[in-house]
Design a protein around this ligand. Structure first.
Ligand code: NAD
Length: 272
């Protein structure tokens, strides 16, 4: 498994396992399968309502805690400084973990305009050693630059919607300029539409790989951290088998050219 070194020196697996929309008991089972398959990074959030199942799977995996990387996120109604500190404690308790590897502000919610206050709480948790790295999610260029103007700690990660049909070239460049790793959510475009494109089957055919593997390999070669989701054991295993082949530049460019600006999720400039 490739790792990416974050701006504070912490190593994060480049490919992890996402559990959005997976009920708690199913998340426990799926995370167990994923860890068995070789995943070492799990992405959950308060709002997914499955931190307990994720925590059980992590604790019962038989893999040393130091070898696993667990991300969770602060929800939008907890941007108040004290509430954010309490929300972190509650999340860590649900996970059954003393230290979280990465804690993210889930959405900036510009209309509420309290993400700088929330960030101060994350900086406190980081200073106290409760979390190994802190970052943001769904931050636009505008929100990111405003945060950076007031932050003591530069976010390690910006987790954003990113797949071949939403390439996010500008935001990726801004993240990179500030030393912030880009992490792709819905990296497979949620499966719908994207994975049926003939181009991906054709490229996959040349390498003996599936369309999903081709898309994940495209992310890996761009340098993105990527967190595909599946609850199907065969697909969970398939999605991690992307480190034994390489796309050439023409293949990379052809996939990048699928960008249509199509968002699957809400617009972070207005969501919340
Ligand atoms: P995804 O792009 O990972 O797609 C998942 C879907 O693709 C599956 O439900 C399945 O239908 C299909 N699929 C998966 N593997 C496949 C395979 N090998 N072959 C064919 N089809 C396959 O979508 P996602 O779950 O939206 O995103 C991944 C993770 O990103 C989430 O679980 C969550 O952890 C994170 N996320 C974060 C945010 C955020 O706001 N920060 C938002 C959405 C998702």
């Amino acid at each position: 498994m490739n790792t990416i070194t974050l701006n504070n020196g912490v190593n994060m697996p480049q490919l992890g396992f996402g559990v959005w929309q997976v009920p708690d008991d199913e998340a426990e089972r799926a995370v167990g399968v994923a860890i068995q398959a070789g995943y070492r990074s799990i992405d959950t959030a308060r709002i997914y309502d499955n931190e307990e199942g994720v925590g059980r799977a992590v604790r019962e995996s038989g893999v040393r805690r130091d070898d696993l990387f667990v991300t969770t996120k602060l929800w939008n109604d907890d941007h108040d400084y004290d509430k954010a500190l309490r929300a972190f404690d509650a999340g860590a308790e649900r996970l059954g973990l003393d230290v979280i590897d990465l804690y993210l502000i889930h959405w900036p919610v510009p209309s509420q305009d309290r993400y700088v206050e929330a960030w101060k709480a994350l900086e406190k948790l980081y200073a106290d050693g409760r979390v190994r790295a802190i970052g943001v999610s769904n931050f636009t260029v505008e929100a990111l630059e405003r945060l950076l103007a007031e932050a003591q700690v530069v976010p390690a990660v910006n987790q954003i919607e990113l797949h071949p049909q939403l390439g996010q070239a500008e935001l990726r460049a801004v993240n990179a300029k500030h030393g912030i790793v880009t992490e792709a959510w819905s990296p497979l475009g949620q499966g719908k539409g994207l994975l049926d494109l003939p181009l991906l089957a054709e490229i996959g055919g040349r390498h003996g790989k599936s369309p999903a593997q081709v898309v994940l390999r495209w992310h890996v070669q761009l340098g993105n951290v990527v967190i595909p989701k599946s609850v199907t054991p065969a697909r969970i295993r398939e999605n991690i088998e992307v480190f034994d082949f390489a796309l050439d530049q023409d293949e990379m460019d052809a996939i990048t050219a699928l960008d249509s600006g199509r968002r699957l999720g809400p617009d972070p400039a207005t969501f919340g």
